[in-house]
Design a protein around this ligand. Structure first.
Ligand code: BES
Ligand code: ZN
Ligand code: ZN
Length: 491
């Protein structure tokens, strides 16, 4: 399916008219009714423009009009969700030609609309053998026409370009997230990054097991010890051309391709969900790719320590002491607290080799953050108020909620070890997400502009689009919005 912008209403195919729930709704429906030669009273009675509400109208020529409710004071996320749901529900019934009437709204919604449409076509049935052919609208012949106001062309074109870049990346990232551990090992993430770097012109270096041993990334190696598949450290770097003094942003993502818990093994009830324990890596890899595609004038480095966490005779055992890349020793109390251990090396490697101005890590790190915030927000941990505010602003814009939790030094007590520099688990059933953040802080060498996002409840979630938890792509839109705001501010 391809997408075009026009300033003339389309004459063929189905039409979607999005309607916001404003005070003028009654009048708006009356004029719409007149245009469509329908009785106004019926339309006003049957359609309230609630979020995701759909009213299908049939035209004489056999085509359809979908009135789509966007709700009251909609944000970007409401537009995205409404379109995603409409397209998902109706995709097999859509004709080749579909148009959306955006002539009455600001064209900055184009990004959310396009993402919603593309995402609505996303198919979870990755490994089903009797898959039906893709719906005609999503085939090569499909065409989406966005009807916009002539004075909105520049904004609309920019939003469309951005949306297409994000959508294409997001789709691959969703596939990676939804892939099970027998289709996705650390090398799979490395291969993805190498190919993406080639296609989008940014640098990718993979440190294989021998190199990790040589450079002494002992923390990452200790987690991978019990697994048959080797670990990797993925280092990606997008540097804008012709921009001097670009801000350097370092992103680090947890890439555990499967988390059994190790010797401190997890119970089986929801262990299968742990194929998604690379949600932080997915967000980092996706963000670097989108930044490169959009040629953002900002220097972005993405680092992903990737490994499986498995059980075996050679696995790290509780009580073992391992030495991280930065030379600090860690007492492993619980082998299921492996995310912070591999991030210790990811962060250490970033700080030592790249000295970023801003350092952000993302990880499906703790069940405890879900106990605190449920499945509605990621935990945001930082001592830097300015960074907290900027990330929160970006999150409000994209609808990927963040909620700040403290990282006071009193919590540092929880990870003091008697035998090593620190331990990986407090042993207490309280404040687990915070003590995990305090652990990471040590390996940032107290970086003044560091933020940690615990996305355990957000990366893989229950949605209306599948019967089991599935990938959300959490973090890519958020980080891109954050980077764009940073660029605007420093111009
Ligand atoms: N990958 C898990 C955290 C997680 C839990 C992610 C649920 C997504 C959904 C992490 O490695 C883990 O097992 N954390 C333990 C830490 C504990 C042993 C200190 C946890 O949160 O229970
Ligand atoms: Zn774990
Ligand atoms: Zn984990």
């Amino acid at each position: 399916m391809n997408i075009i912008l026009t300033t003339q209403p389309a004459t063929t195919g189905d039409l979607i008219i999005p309607v916001e729930q404003t005070a003028e709704l009654t009048d708006q429906l009356a004029s719409l009714a007149q245009k469509l030669a329908l009785p106004a009273a019926v339309l006003q009675r049957d359609f309230k423009a609630d979020a995701k509400e759909v009213l299908v109208l049939y035209r004489q020529d056999g085509s359809k009009i979908y009135l789509l409710g966007i709700g009251d004071k909609p944000q970007e996320m409401d537009w995205l969700r409404a379109f995603r749901k409409l397209i998902f529900d109706h995709k097999t019934k859509l004709p080749e030609q579909l148009s959306i009437d955006l002539s009455a709204v600001y064209a900055d919604v184009v990004e959310a609309v396009v993402l919603g449409v593309r995402w609505g076509g996303y198919d979870l049935k990755l490994y089903q053998t009797d898959k039906p052919a893709p719906p005609v609208f999503f085939s090569e012949a499909g065409q989406l026409t966005l009807f916009i106001n002539p004075n909105q062309q520049t904004v609309a074109q920019e939003a469309l370009t951005r949306a297409e870049a994000i959508a294409q990346t997001q789709r691959q990232i969703l596939d990676l997230m939804n892939a099970p551990a027998n289709y996705k090992i650390p090398q799979t993430l490395a291969d993805w990054a190498v190919l993406s770097g080639k296609e989008n012109d940014y640098a990718v270096t993979i440190l294989d097991k021998a190199e990790l041993e040589k450079q002494k990334l002992g923390a990452l190696l200790s987690v991978s010890q019990g697994s048959d598949v080797p670990p990797v450290l993925i280092v990606t770097e997008y540097k804008p051309k012709g921009v001097t003094n670009a801000i350097k942003v370092g992103l680090v993502g947890k890439g555990v391709t499967f988390d059994t818990g190790g010797v401190s093994i997890k119970t089986s009830a929801s262990m299968h969900l742990m194929k998604s324990d690379m949600g932080g890596a997915a967000a980092v890899l996706g963000t670097v790719e989108v930044a490169a595609k959009l040629k953002l004038p900002i220097h972005v480095i993405g680092i992903v320590p990737a490994t499986e966490n498995s059980t075996d005779g050679r696995s790290t055992k509780p009580g073992d002491v391992v030495t991280a890349y930065n030379g600090k020793t860690i007492e492993i109390i619980d082998t299921d607290a492996e995310g912070r251990v591999i991030l210790a090396d990811g962060l250490g490697y970033m700080v030592k080799n790249f000295q970023p101005d801003i350092l952000i890590d993302l990880a499906t790190l703790t069940g405890n953050v879900i106990a605190a915030l449920g499945y509605h927000a990621a935990g945001l941990f930082t001592q830097n108020d300015e960074l907290a505010n900027k990330l929160t602003e970006a999150s409000n814009q994209t609808g990927e909620r963040l909620w700040r939790l403290p990282v006071w030094d009193v919590y540092r007590e929880d990870i003091k070890s008697d035998v090593a520099d620190l331990k990986n688990y407090s042993g207490k059933p309280v404040a687990g997400a915070i003590s995990a953040a305090k652990f990471l802080e040590v390996f940032t060498e107290n970086h003044p502009a560091w933020a940690h996002l615990d996305i355990a409840g957000m990366a893989f979630a229950d949605t209306e689009f599948g019967s089991q938890k599935n990938a959300t792509g959490f973090g890519i839109r958020l980080l891109i919005a954050y980077l764009r705001a940073l660029i605007l501010e420093t111009r």
